[in-house]
Design a binder for this molecule. Structure first.
Ligand SMILES: Nc1nc2c(ncn2[C@@H]2O[C@H](COP(=O)(O)OP(=O)(O)OP(=O)(O)O)[C@@H](O)[C@H]2O)c(=O)[nH]1
Length: 212
């Protein structure tokens, strides 16, 4: 298990992606959907807050509700929904620091301990200077849980301008990406795309609490 405190670094920005259309959730704003009486975005805030010193929410609707969390709310500044790459670009544009730690709002079982593994990969000067992104692999590449460097911003902007917003395809074509095999992360990447998956996660959460 990674020690979160030893992984803390000064000068890290954070972003929670909550700006999607939620079509598989009947168009509902996923970050605000309740799981065990708590909106999904709150799970992500609790996971990220111990790790970063400048946390923002990427949201395109219900700004007034997200503002209750006293965090900066960043919209994509693009017409229509162009996918998570648009949220990442806006997040990097507004980030105070060179590195941005990112997670989506729909993985409430993700923990600070697992996310901190990415910070450990940043510890050596050599790694820090040569990389543009550090991402998890867990049953495949997980581009929405990662560390992105500011130098990715022009790349994202160009892709978006050319309507090439497939994140996986872009990242797989780059060699300045480090991929870290996630440890102790059996359930952490389970995401709630639709009501059925949300129910499954609710049961897992109840089991977890029961076993503590
Ligand atoms: N800022 C921003 N975030 C997005 C956008 N699309 C998806 N996301 C976020 O990326 C994560 C994964 O989103 P998906 O489940 O693939 O897409 P979604 O729009 O939320 O849901 P569907 O419409 O059902 O695909 C979630 O945290 C979303 O909030 C977007 O256009 N802008």
């Amino acid at each position: 298990m990674v020690d979160v405190n030893s992984s803390l670094m000064s000068g890290l920005s954070g972003l929670i992606l909550a700006g999607g259309e939620g079509r598989r959730m009947a168009g509902r704003d996923k970050g605000l959907i309740s799981l065990a009486q708590k909106p999904l975005v709150e799970y992500a805030i609790e996971c990220m807050a111990p790790l970063v010193d400048d946390l923002s929410i990427s949201c395109n609707r219900n700004r007034e509700l997200y503002q209750d969390y006293q965090l900066a709310c960043i919209s994509d500044e693009l017409e229509n929904y162009q996918g998570p790459m648009a949220g990442l670009a806006a997040g990097l544009r507004h980030a105070k620091h060179d590195w941005l730690l990112v997670m989506p709002c729909d993985t409430p079982l993700m923990t600070s301990h697992v996310m901190a593994q990415l910070l450990d990969c940043l510890k050596t000067e050599k790694t820090r200077n040569s990389l543009q992104a550090i991402l998890f692999s867990h049953q495949g590449l997980q581009p929405l849980h990662g560390l992105y460097h500011k130098s990715m911003l022009p790349i994202f902007e160009q892709c978006l301008a050319e309507n090439k917003n497939a994140l996986q395809r872009l990242l797989r074509s780059m060699d300045s990406i480090h991929i870290h095999q996630a440890l102790d992360a059996e359930l952490s990447f389970n995401n709630a795309n639709d009501p059925e998956e949300l129910h499954t996660i609710e049961c897992l959460l109840a089991d977890n609490e029961h076993n503590v």
